[in-house]
Design a protein around this ligand. Structure first.
Ligand SMILES: *Cc1c(COP(=O)(O)O)cnc(C)c1O
Length: 394
């Protein structure tokens, strides 16, 4: 029998890390790696950031958990900071991106019921990723995530991403729609960046139909795309925003933010989470939010992302095997004309961590927001060289 004690849900690299510092991870053999993935957009402040470390250790020595049966001042403080930054009115805290989206999906359904729609429908997009729980995988636009888990949760209709006309068609045909759930940039889908005014158009359609505009900023939030939340570059306000990943810098926390009528939908007894927003996670997240704001790391993400992307364009932009190089802040993609699944392994051997998405053709980088100019240069030079050698050899 080859059954492993950890259930076999990931095909993992054999490397194990035992500590990290800034943009660097060190494995158990003492090798170091430039982390251009940040634990999948989680460690935006890099590893062992002093503000986060201090917040966690001080809070851990004082109080970790009390439950939501009692007032949690740190949760209120964090909600206050997040609503200030986002323009939303109130926040529900959970422990992950999927949970944040579950809250949004439930909120939309209840909003529908309050409007007298018994079987409310949420519009979701092809190529999207919203999580691995039953409702969020049903909302996800990737058959590989759903296959084998039928029956799926009903109440979703799907439209192509970045296609406003398709949404208008659904609007005129389906009276049960109550909300749109959409990522400002599709992360797991391969760093797919829609038209600049896509969210503005969706906002208009939602206003015309009294739908909720719900943005999944689990990956795009917390400074990654060049503003605290990506929608802030569109000068709109959604009705619901979810975030997680970068919010805790590795401490599990997710948030569902809501505004106006959407903020009034959930009431005592309608939703909950035992751990959600406990003192430890909120202390960590407060340190993260304050560091991003005080150091304007969102602006740094924009500048650094553009510099890295232009560096790649200079070095490999004209190569026949490069289809497109694109970014929104520090969500960076090199789309190849053919699959390059081996590139994650090769770059790990050369000491750089990144990953491959988009059907094996998209080299994705999500570097920490604190990356220095010289580390960025090292990233561009190393990854360009690896792609050149690998793709030219094929
Ligand atoms: C990662 C991700 C999720 C799921 O987050 P988990 O914390 O893994 O549950 C949801 N939506 C988007 C856009 C993501 O990138």
């Amino acid at each position: 029998m080859s059954t492993q004690p950890v259930m076999n849900t990931y095909s993992r690299f054999s490397v194990a890390f035992d500590h990290g510092e800034g943009c660097w991870l060190f494995d158990t053999d003492g090798n170091k790696y430039l982390d251009a993935l940040s634990g999948i957009a989680v460690c935006g402040l890099g590893h062992a950031h002093p503000a986060v470390t201090t917040a966690i250790s001080e809070q851990a020595s004082q109080l970790i958990h009390t439950s939501n049966l009692y007032t949690i001042p740190l949760q209120e403080q964090l909600a206050q900071r997040l609503t200030q930054i986002s323009g939303m009115d109130s926040v529900f805290f959970g422990n992950s991106g999927a949970e944040a989206n579950e809250a949004a999906i439930k909120l939309a359904r209840r909003y529908g019921h309050q409007k007298g729609i018994d079987l409310p429908v949420t519009i979701v997009m092809d190529g999207s990723f919203h999580g691995r729980t039953m409702a969020t995988l049903s909302a996800t636009g990737n058959r590989a995530v759903q296959a084998g888990f039928e029956p799926l949760v009903s109440g979703f209709v799907r439209a192509p991403y970045n296609d406003v006309e398709a949404i208008r068609t659904i609007a005129s045909n389906n009276p049960n729609v109550v909300a749109i759930l959409v990522e400002p940039v599709q992360g797991e889908g391969g760093v797919v960046i829609p038209a600049d005014d896509y969210l503005n158009q969706l906002r208009d359609i939602c206003d015309q139909n009294e739908w909720l505009l719900m943005l999944d900023e689990v990956q795009t939030g917390n400074g990654r795309t060049g503003s605290y939340f990506a929608y802030q570059q569109n000068n709109i306000l959604p009705d619901v925003v979810t975030t997680a990943k970068g919010l805790g810098n590795g401490v599990p926390i997710g948030a569902c933010l809501a505004r106006g009528k959407a903020a009034e939908v959930l009431s005592p007894g309608t939703h909950g989470s035992t751990y959600g927003g406990n003192p430890l996670c909120c202390a960590a997240a407060l340190a993260v939010v304050d560091t991003i704001s005080n150091e304007k790391l969102d602006q740094r993400a924009k500048q650094l992302g553009d510099t890295i992307t232009n560096g790649f364009r200079d070095q490999i932009g004209d190569a026949s095997y490069v289809k497109e190089i694109r970014n929104k802040g520090l969500m960076i993609a090199i789309e190849l004309s053919e699959a390059g699944s081996e590139l994650a392994v090769l770059s790990k051997v050369k000491g750089v961590l990144l990953n491959i998405t988009g059907g094996g053709k998209v080299v994705r980088m999500l570097p920490p927001l604190i990356m220095s100019d010289s580390e960025a240069e090292l990233l561009v030079n190393t990854v360009s060289r690896i792609i050149k050698v690998y793709m030219a050899d094929e």
